[in-house]
Write a protein that binds this ligand. Structure first.
Ligand code: CU
Length: 280
């Protein structure tokens, strides 16, 4: 039973769904009790004659019970919410995959920093992380392995953006902290459980082309993910087509399939391509 809760594709989204379902069960239980008491009173104490019934007031035990009972209901809801929230915000010391997301007006760059504790760097230049960046006519694609903990470090080059994947049921603001970091870049972590392609969007109004600041998340098998990293390395650092070449080499569609460049219509499912920048 999900009672209108959208289906997510991460472990975290499923935890939220469970909280929602049980909150619904609790609400229905309270509802059943209240409806039951109302109908019981209506029937038990309906008017039977013109004699004025015995008048009662100030029942202290009942008043104490109905003052304290809601406190326990609220405490229970609060506790479960706090537990799920902590799990959703949980960061492991050693996530399986560490990726830096750079947001800028108006696109995204994905840097694959670490894979199981090992730095992923271009073989030719051992200091640069494997990365891809979106452009006016190519949607940036973030590839992550299924059933692995993926930690994201968010970094903004200019203004506030927000990393949002509707199917993750999650978004997190990307805050620019400037050169003298007064705080740390936002981090979050997820574990995807369903392979597939999911559209991602910027969810914080960030300027003229905010609505076109889309990306795509590909959740793939661990094997395909490894192939993708190898292919990225092979495609080279200065190759403008490295993303599409690497996606294809790893056996995936070379361009985003959930969104088009310059087309924010979420129902448009035809593949985007560099040759078709307007998406029509
Ligand atoms: Cu933005």
């Amino acid at each position: 039973m999900r009672w209108g809760w959208p289906s997510g594709v991460t472990k975290q989204a499923e935890e939220m769904r469970v909280l929602w379902t049980w909150a619904g069960v609790a609400a229905l239980a309270v509802g059943a009790l209240v409806w039951g008491l109302i109908f019981w009173c209506c029937i038990r104490y309906r008017k039977k004659s013109d004699v004025l019934p015995r008048q009662t007031k100030y029942n202290l035990p009942i008043e104490i019970v109905y003052s304290i009972a809601p406190f326990f209901v609220i405490a229970g809801l609060f506790y479960r919410t706090a537990v799920v929230e902590n799990n959703v915000n949980h960061l492991s010391k050693n996530p399986d995959v560490l990726i830096r997301v750079d947001a800028f007006k108006w696109n995204w760059q994905f840097e694959y920093l670490e894979d199981h504790g090992k730095k992923t760097v271009y073989a030719a230049d051992k200091s640069t992380a494997l990365s891809t960046v979106g452009s006016d006519n190519e949607i940036p694609v973030l590839v992550v392995p299924v059933h692995q903990s993926v930690q994201i470090i968010e970094h903004s080059e200019d203004v506030v953006h927000s990393f949002w994947v509707p199917e993750f049921l999650f978004k997190r603001d990307v805050i620019p902290y400037g050169p003298d970091h007064t705080s740390e870049d936002n981090r979050f972590q997820f574990e995807a459980v369903t392979e597939g392609s999911y559209v991602g969007r910027c969810a914080e109004l960030c300027g003229t082309y905010h609505s076109q600041m889309n990306f795509e998340v590909r959740v793939v098998s661990a094997d395909t993910y490894q192939k993708y990293l190898v292919a990225l390395n092979k495609a080279g650092e200065d190759n403008p087509a490295r993303q599409s070449e690497a996606l294809q080499a790893a056996g995936m569609a070379p361009y985003a399939t959930t969104t088009h460049p310059f087309n924010t219509d979420r129902t448009a499912r035809a593949p985007s391509s560099a040759q078709n920048p307007t998406g029509d």
